[in-house]
Unconditional design. Structure first.
Length: 434
């Protein structure tokens, strides 16, 4: 402690919890320049004594010696959750000595309680969309809720195309997406007849569901849909179609994944199909079953996707108006497909790809009713790309060459240039033109 006093006849008293020193200024005045006195006192304070003194950063010292607390500074420190050493903080203590560990525990507990009370008073009312189940607090379900609340951070160019997707219903570690779709359709030639045209209208309802895993890695999905079409005047043309599918993906590494699945569906051949006779009493029923697998890998900007499919097509027999049955199983066949896509990304807005594919159709009956061989082989090569002009406008196209070679020698090969292209315009997040 250093005290400088500009006087000559006064007496100064310095005190601290351990040392009290009274020094007449006249004694020391002779050793230094008259009119200026320097008195140095060295104080040794124990931790308990220092705890009773007010730290300098806890307030301001008034002219009368009282301590004025600095409430603004304390509030800032509490908001930033900066905990000082409990021993050095000003506390109201009893005269009985306490264990320093007990005092530290009490200080931390009181500070935590005060902070919780302050946060509870200042907390806003809960938002129902933000009340996330505990099991989904840190997963993609909560991320979808965050995207719904703030889809583009105020800039439409940063929009998230999935921000307005259904949130789904959490079911354990899965998310359930139910959906129902209804239509009202009409036809002025229901039987696709050249001479006797019949008009009718129908209602079509399509419920569906999707059960998808919500894991950080890997994926498992179940899908099912049912379509019922009821014609008002010609009930014989009413149909029921359905599809079921299960698909899974294993993330081997961050750049390699293996996926596969099964699919089964039932459809009907419309009256306009060339394979359905005009004398059929009802539309023909067909079923299709598929097993598929895929391997994907990326080398930075270069990526590969290899896929294989085996599809089984079965055609049910057709009942004619006369009551006879037309055998339709000669049309049953298996289809084998292999494809490879190589993709290179020049930038997030520009990428090109090359497609190669091989296909084969193998019929259960190699010879049809007319004595002709059934079956064919085919191949395809194509180049394409994707270009994004702006966040709202993009182009996707492909140009290539394909060839199909029938097993029947009397038939010529089918070959030619193939192309497909699409221009996608998305003026808003809920509107897309293709």
């Amino acid at each position: 402690m250093l005290v400088v006093v500009d006087c000559s006849d006064l007496c100064i008293c310095l005190s601290c919890p351990e040392v009290v020193l009274v020094c007449p200024l006249q004694v020391l005045a002779g050793k230094i320049r008259p009119g200026l006195l320097i008195v140095a006192v060295l104080c040794f304070a124990m931790p308990a004594a220092r705890a009773q003194q007010a730290p300098a950063n806890d307030g301001l010292l008034a002219t009368d010696g009282t301590l004025i607390p600095d409430f603004d500074r304390r509030a800032d420190e509490e908001d930033e959750d900066r905990f000082d050493d409990p021993v050095s903080r000003p506390q109201v203590r009893s005269a009985e000595p306490q264990d320093p560990l007990d005092r530290a525990h009490a200080d931390w507990s009181s500070q935590a309680i005060d902070r919780q009370d302050r946060q509870a008073r200042n907390a806003p009312l809960p938002d129902p969309l933000r009340q996330i189940p505990r099991d989904f607090r840190d997963d993609r379900f909560s991320q979808r809720i965050a995207r719904r609340n703030n889809p583009d951070n105020g800039d439409w160019r940063n929009r998230d195309d999935t921000a307005f997707d259904p949130l789904g219903i959490p079911v354990g570690s899965f998310v359930f997406y139910p959906e129902i779709y209804s239509q009202l359709i009409t036809s002025n030639n229901l039987f696709a007849s050249r001479t006797s045209k019949k008009a009718d209208y129908a209602s079509r309802i399509t419920p569906s569901f999707r059960l998808r895993s919500d894991w950080n890695n890997h994926e498992l999905e179940f899908f099912g849909t049912l379509t019922r079409t009821d014609w008002r005047h010609f009930g014989s043309e009413s149909t029921t179609e359905f599809e079921t599918r299960v698909r899974g993906r294993i993330d081997v590494t961050s750049r390699t994944s293996v996926s596969g699945g099964l699919r089964h569906e039932q459809q009907t051949e419309g009256r306009g199909s060339p394979e359905l006779p005009d004398a059929a009493a009802r539309p023909a029923v067909t079923t299709q079953s598929e097993i598929f697998g895929r391997i994907e890998h990326r080398f930075n900007r270069l990526g590969f996707r290899f896929q294989g499919q085996v599809i089984r097509n079965i055609y049910e027999d057709v009942r004619l108006n006369s009551g006879a049955i037309q055998n339709n199983h000669l049309r049953d066949y298996d289809e084998h497909l292999l494809s490879l896509r190589t993709n290179y990304e020049f930038s997030p807005r520009l990428s090109v790809f090359a497609d190669t594919a091989l296909g084969e159709r193998v019929f259960d009956s190699h010879v049809d009713d007319g004595g002709f061989m059934q079956g064919s082989k085919s191949w395809l090569v194509a180049l394409g790309g994707r270009l994004e002009f702006s966040p709202a406008l993009s182009f996707l196209g492909r140009l290539g060459y394909a060839r199909a070679m029938p097993d029947e020698v009397s038939q010529t090969d089918l070959q030619g240039v193939i192309w497909d292209a699409s221009l996608i315009w998305t003026p808003t997040r809920l509107t897309t033109f293709t």
